[in-house]
Design a protein around this ligand. Sequence first.
Ligand code: FES
Length: 106
Amino acid sequence: MTIEIQVTDDLGQTQTLNGEDGNTLMELLRDESSGVDGVCGGCAACGTCHIVVAEEWHSQLPPPGMDEEILLEALNERTDGSRLSCQIRLAPEMSGMALTIVPAEC
Ligand code: FES
């Protein structure tokens, strides 16, 4: 099943990406060249997959695990909806979710 994700980049451009059930959100964003690098490959170690999930979707996602929470705490740009996209595995109930990509902190 295709899962539609509404992605807004740091320039404010929004596009719809189609992901596959079971892949991580980071893989979708990285493979579609949408501004997510995923440097650590999904180990919750780099922060280059930082996104902000639209408020109405916060409760639809599993809460961050300990590794994700530790890294999010270290990010300057953290907000209420901040997540590491590598720690979110796509599922059908996420179809329609909206998010914004946060540029990587260097
Ligand atoms: S890909 Fe490195 S923290 Fe997500």
